[in-house]
Design a protein around this ligand. Sequence first.
Ligand code: SAM
Length: 354
Amino acid sequence: MDQIKIGKFISELRKERNMTQREFAEVLGVSDKTISKWECGNGMPEVSIMPTLCSVLGITLNELFSGTRLSRDDYILKAEENIISLVQQAENVKNNIVGGQIIGSASDVDYCVDNIHCANTEFWDTIGSEFLGSTALPSYGGFTTEDRLGLLGNLHNKRTLEIGCGNGRSIKYVHDKGAKELWGIDISPKQLKRSKIFLSSQGIKAKLICVPMEKKGEIPNNYFDLVYSVFGIGWSTDLKKTFSLIHSYLKKDGKFVFSWSHPIHKCVYEQNGKYIFGNSYFDEKWYSANMGGKEIMLSNRKLSTYINTLSESGFKIEKIIEDSDENLLKSENSEFSIKARKMPVLFVIKASKI
Ligand SMILES: C[S@@+](CC[C@H](N)C(=O)[O-])C[C@H]1O[C@@H](n2cnc3c(N)ncnc32)[C@H](O)[C@@H]1O
């Protein structure tokens, strides 16, 4: 199925009807960014929307999948081709695994930084905040805590910077441990606003900057004792650039500590008490998935990709944590915790600037 051809076809038909992307989006109940994404060939409309979309554009589903109007003679031939293509796609379906469960399928998307930033900012500006909670210090996410690991060291009088600071809960933790300067960056203006409100309510002053981690913001070089991130780094569209920037912000011997979902965890899901290896560990392609009705775009990088990129960016690895805290695991009896007893759900890396 040719997504670019289908996108152009949708765009032509919309324009024939003198509809703007916004008007079309309103009829379909999606955002105008979603329309722009389909029309650029980066993704297809969800199945539930397709009948309405076809009726608004005056085409059949077969014509939508073909990306063109069909004559009577071509109709059957194209229908056969499209059915085969759909079955092949269904066979190659990639799972979106969160918390040990499949929460829908994920489809590959082209690597386009603007589209990825746009979708992820929209997610974090809206319902993303509902997913926060266990991704703030002292928790590194899952069943792993700073209180047990002590990776951040003594924070008294330290200059600190959080990457993907979300609603500011980790900044408060670092403040309470005595840090002298609290900086945070995030791509989502709404997250930063929540962070600002929360920190002010606690009487905490922090310097919050709205910038993607892959771009140099107004952040000083050779300045920080600690850069940290809890479930933030994996959102980067350019790991090399991100790590190189973090390296430049740190003083010599400064520490960089971050956690992210373990890649093995994204490959394996539970089904009737058995673990199924569903996704390829080696697949680092960008994909789009639905979470709580909104789109996210991510790539599942191998552990070696993180380690090698850190090394290429001038870091020395001090420690890699894959284990969960036994006491936390024992305190919960969910599918998530049962899976966490068999394989790592996240990893934490502590590195230092050489
Ligand atoms: C799982 S949250 C972690 C937030 C934080 N640890 C907390 O719990 O409050 C990930 C954060 O990364 C931010 N983010 C996503 N992509 C980003 C990017 N490219 N650059 C900077 N921040 C990004 C999101 O807006 C979100 O606030």
